[in-house]
Design a protein. Sequence first.
Length: 152
Amino acid sequence: MTTPVPSAPEAPSLRLDKWLWQARFCKSRSLASKLCVAGQIRLAPASQVEGGALAAGVPTLVAPTLVAKPSQTVRPGDVLTFALAGQVRVIRILKLGERRGPAPEARTLYQDLTPPQSRIRQEPGPGTRAPGSGRPTKRERRALDRLQEDEG
């Protein structure tokens, strides 16, 4: 008769889709699942990251694995890389959430390692109007039409 050997306690973990939802990167868990299934998320586990330059806050080339399932577990220290809202985000998981709380609480779950030049928003192109500025006047409309004719 063999006695079970007590194993070392495992670090707490959480499903990736649930963590993305709790950290407010996605509005719903189903959208977080779709992001995972689409293969747009890369995961560098904490065991690969701790000794490298990424531990110092400088992103380096660590061989992250492509996530294909929303059930992938994440732990504190893992680094996620994904494209969201037109920019590539690099996020280190600091802690796991207990619930989907308000935005200030969600920001405590991660550290944003995205390089500063990636955070800069691009200027809107010509012909783009500011939201809330109303309809263009007849004069503005003609100018827009001339501009579009010149480009095309």
